[in-house]
Each structure stands twice: as structure tokens, then as C-alpha cells.
Design a protein around this ligand. Structure first.
Ligand SMILES: Cc1cc2nc3c(=O)[nH]c(=O)nc-3n(C[C@H](O)[C@H](O)[C@H](O)COP(=O)(O)OP(=O)(O)OC[C@H]3O[C@@H](n4cnc5c(N)ncnc54)[C@H](O)[C@@H]3O)c2cc1C
Length: 460
């Protein structure tokens, strides 16, 4: 056995996958998973667990894989996570569990993420579901938003016997897992829906098309008998650059572009989705969301540029995502910044003026500040521009809830330890509190909120 390297994972050929929306990575089969599990040293002082925000007992579940007790492995993971098939696919393991693995000191870390994904997929294919609470405790809790924060909070509370209702603004549950992350990284009906069904099987009810702050307010929910509320409404409000021409037809926020593709099924040929897919697309930004938008545009048939004002080393996206985007043919225009979007006489994008940049002294984030290179203006020939510059929480809930304090960025202020906000009985967590972050951090916050609500209702 090669102990220094991970068992390689099979992936779709980049030339083929650049034209389809099927999942890029195939994951491990049973033999590959057992072989990879053998690389785990089962450390007593498990550093990998310290790197996992939801503290999954990693050595214990990997030991079960070694014994081929895959159901046992799933039960261990389920104690800490409601969404293992999702996390096994999208968590930044390189900076979390795998980043801490002892094997990584002299070789590659154990492929913890791929093993988690294997166990979750195996459980789903074999009809194994998490265990339900034996009886209800008579308390009613409302959860706002069905993203990873809301689902984790609801799942944990249901396991403790609470009657939980999730209120979701969109017509499908899942938050960013459903409307943001593309199908080729996270299959919707095969994976996300199934994990949501697992949460429902614990007794959680999900009410869609319910916009809290418009359909009903938090105060009204509490008058209706909900004894506590958890806000997991995310950070879905996109930012724009404020440059001339940004109002043109053919300029999207990455969120809108990905939502149209995911929820309105633009990726399916038999759906007539109103998305101007574009022939030449510029995606402005260098994070994971930019990579997702670029790879989606590529699959919809466009020639795609990533336009980013800093250099390769500063790209905030995961290395794996950048690597996949390059393999598939996305063109990187680094050290480049847009200054204006040109608009034709019908109001459509007719190109994007840009300047080249150079890196100067480090700024407050520690990254070298990009400065404009003199006389470097040029026009990029594109017909579609997708802005991927980050998002912030929508102020709808905070502006309609008496006594709920927010920061100057409109993030809800809540305790990291138990999600308690400034309003009694109201808890919050995930992107709504931190601003745009990650799935696993949102899940951690959801779990903390569930613990906080449980303690609050026990003491009440
Ligand atoms: C395109 C994209 C790709 C990403 N890729 C990754 C990745 O690979 N790995 C990773 O770890 N993270 C990734 N992230 C970040 C991650 O998805 C988020 O950090 C995470 O989903 C936050 O979870 P949440 O539950 O706080 O919010 P969300 O997932 O945003 O869910 C919030 C939910 O609340 C609902 N809602 C909002 N307002 C209301 C209201 N007033 N009433 C009722 N419901 C409401 C929304 O419709 C939504 O369904 C990505 C994000 C995006 C946008």
C-alpha cells in the first residue's frame, strides 16, 4: 500500500465534463474507501477532529470503514452532522480536518472528505436514515431559512423531541446548496434533496414560499405559539462594483445567474429558461462563487474569462476549484480590473473596458494591494458580465423585527456559543450572522443555536 498518497479519486474527463452538468467527481467505491481508510493512523490525540467545526469523530468513523461496517460509520457521522454527503463534497477539507492530519506532514493527508462522502452515499443508496426522537417534548420552534444553518438547527432540535417548522422564502428548500452551488459539484435531486429528506424524516416540517418579514413577522410567529425562533436566512444580497454600464442587459450578479441555472433548470435542454447564457462571458471576481459561475457559463456554451484584480496566489477560491476551472478551459485574466461596461443602442452589453493592475504594498487584509498600471486600458470583447464580488445579509428580517440588533454590515449580532441575539427567544447563525462564509461554519452555528434554544426552553 502507498501510505504517502491518497487513493486517487476518479473524475470525469475535463474535455467531456466542460459540456455537461453531471458530477465532476465520482467518489470512492467500497474497495477504494477501505484502502484509503487503512491509511488512517487512528491517532489518540486526533488533530483532524480539532479541524472539524462540527467535531465529527473522524478516527471512529474511519475505523468502522476499515471493518466494512459502513452503517456504523454513518451512525457516528450522523451524531454530529445532518448533511454528510454535502460536506463530503463541498467542505474546504484542505484547511480543516485534512489540513491537520498527521499523515500530511510527510505525504498526503487521509482523504477524510472523500471517505465522509463515501459513507453518506452508501447510507443513502442502502436506505439508512438517521434515528428519530422517541417522543415529542411538546415545545414548538420556528426556523427561518432552509440552508445548512437552518437544517442543522432543525435536525438537532427534532432529535431532542421539539416540533420544528422551517419557513423558507423560495419554492425549494436547501438555501445555497439548492440555488447556488451548481449541479456538477453538488447534485440536487440525487444528493441535496435526499439529505433534506433525512432532516424531514426526523419530523421537521418545511413550509416553502414563506418570506418572514413579508408573509409573517417573527413577532407574529411568537404570538402563534412558537416559543423560540432561529434565524438562518443567509447572506444573499449581491454586491456590485458601481461602474458605468452595470445596469445593462446581460449583467448579472453571480447569485442571480446561478439561481436561474439551478432553480429554473437552465442546464436542462428541455427547459425554456430565460437566461441570456452569453457567447463570451466575463466573470468578475476570484472566489469559489466566481469559479462556479464561470464553469456554469462554460457548460452553457460560452467562452469564459475570469477577471480578477489580484494575481494567481491571491485568488480566494479553493485550489481544487481553480484547477478544475482551468482544466475545463476557463481563461484567467489576472491583474485585471473592469472600469466600464460598454452598452449598445439596444441596452445590451457590448464589451468591458478594463485596466491592467500591479501589486503594491500589503493592505489591511495582508494581501498586496492592486494598483492601476499606467496606460494599460483595453476592451475585453464580451456580451455578458457576471459580477461575483461577495454578498451581504438581506435586511428584511432585521428591519421588521423589534429589538433585533445588527452590525453596520447588516449582519445579525448573535453569540457564537449559543446563537442568542439581542431579542429574547430569538437565536441566529450562519451567513446571516457572519456574512458569506462556508457550509460547515453555518452548520456549526445551526448546532450551537439548537443547543442555545434547548437550554433556553429548559430553563424557561
Ligand atoms: C455559488 C456558491 C458556492 C459556494 N460554494 C461553497 C463550497 O464549495 N463550500 C462551502 O463550504 N461553502 C460554499 N459556499 C458558501 C455556503 O454555501 C454558505 O456559506 C452557506 O450556504 C450558508 O448557509 P446558511 O444556512 O447560513 O444560508 P443559506 O444557504 O444562504 O440559506 C439561507 C436560506 O434562507 C432563506 N431566506 C432568506 N431570507 C428569508 C426570509 N426572509 N424568510 C424565509 N427564508 C429566508 C433563503 O432563501 C435561503 O434558502 C458557496 C456559496 C455560493 C453562493
Amino acid at each position: 500500500m502507498d501510505v504517502l498518497h491518497k487513493v486517487p479519486v476518479r473524475e470525469q474527463d475535463p474535455k467531456v465534463r466542460a459540456h455537461n452538468f453531471e458530477e465532476v467527481c465520482y467518489g470512492y467505491n467500497e474497495e477504494e474507501a477501505v484502502e484509503e481508510a487503512q491509511r488512517c493512523l487512528n491517532c489518540k490525540n486526533a488533530r483532524c477532529m480539532m479541524g472539524c467545526p462540527v467535531a465529527i469523530n473522524i478516527p471512529a468513523f474511519i475505523s468502522k470503514i476499515k471493518e466494512r461496517d459502513f452503517e456504523g460509520a454513518f451512525n457516528i457521522i450522523s451524531e454530529s452532522s445532518s448533511l454528510p454527503a454535502v460536506c463530503g463534497r463541498v467542505c474546504p477539507q484542505e484547511s480543516q480536518c485534512e489540513g491537520k492530519c498527521v499523515r500530511g506532514i510527510k505525504g498526503e493527508p487521509v482523504a477524510i472528505g472523500k471517505l465522509e462522502r463515501f459513507v453518506a452515499d452508501w447510507a443513502r443508496e442502502n436506505g439508512i436514515v438517521p434515528k428519530k426522537a422517541e417522543k415529542l417534548n411538546g415545545h414548538k420552534v420556528a426556523v427561518i431559512g432552509s440552508g445548512p444553518a437552518g437544517l442543522s438547527c432543525a435536525g438537532d432540535l427534532a432529535k431532542l423531541g421539539y416540533s420544528v417548522t422551517i419557513f423558507e422564502a423560495l419554492h425549494e428548500p436547501g438555501g445555497v446548496l439548492t440555488y447556488g452551488i451548481p449541479e456538477f459539484r453538488l447534485p440536487k435531486s440525487a444528493v441535496v434533496q435526499k439529505e433534506i429528506n433525512n432532516v424531514k424524516s426526523l419530523g421537521v416540517e418545511i413550509v416553502c414560499n414563506a418570506i418572514i418579514g413579508k408573509s409573517i413577522t417573527i413577532d407574529e410567529l411568537m404570538e402563534d405559539g412558537y416559543e423560540a425562533v432561529f434565524i438562518g436566512s443567509g447572506a444573499g444580497l449581491p454586491k456590485f462594483m458601481g461602474i458605468p454600464g452595470e445596469q445593462a442587459n446581460g449583467v448579472y450578479s453571480a447569485n442571480e445567474y446561478l439561481t436561474r441555472s439551478n432553480l429554473m433548470k437552465a442546464f436542462k435542454e428541455d427547459y425554456a429558461t430565460p437566461i441570456a447564457a452569453g457567447k463570451k462571458v466575463a466573470v468578475v471576481g476570484g472566489g469559489n462563487v466566481a469559479m462556479d459561475a464561470a464553469r456554469t457559463a462554460l457548460r452553457l456554451g460560452a467562452e469564459v474569462y475570469i477577471v480578477y484584480r489580484r494575481g494567481e496566489e491571491e485568488l480566494p477560491a479553493r485550489v481544487e476549484e481553480v484547477h478544475h476551472a482551468k482544466e475545463e478551459g476557463v481563461i484567467f485574466k489576472l491583474l485585471t480590473n473592469p472600469t466600464e461596461i460598454l452598452v449598445d443602442d439596444k441596452g445590451w452589453v457590448a464589451g468591458m473596458k478594463c485596466v491592467e493592475m500591479e501589486l503594491g504594498e500589503p493592505d489591511e487584509s495582508g494581501r498586496r494591494r492592486p494598483v492601476v498600471k499606467p496606460n494599460s486600458e483595453f476592451t475585453l470583447d464580451v456580451d455578458t458580465v457576471i459580477m461575483s464580488l461577495g454578498t451581504s445579509p438581506n435586511p428584511l428580517i432585521s428591519s421588521t423585527t423589534e429589538g433585533l440588533e445588527t452590525s453596520k454590515w447588516k449582519c445579525i449580532i448573535a453569540s457564537e456559543e449559543n446563537g442568542q441575539t439581542s431579542k429574547e427567544g430569538v437565536f441566529a447563525g450562519g451567513d446571516a450572522v457572519t456574512g458569506a462564509a462556508t457550509v460547515i461554519l453555518a452548520m456549526e452555528a445551526g448546532r450551537a443555536g439548537a443547543k442555545g434554544i434547548h437550554e433556553y426552553l429548559q430553563n424557561k
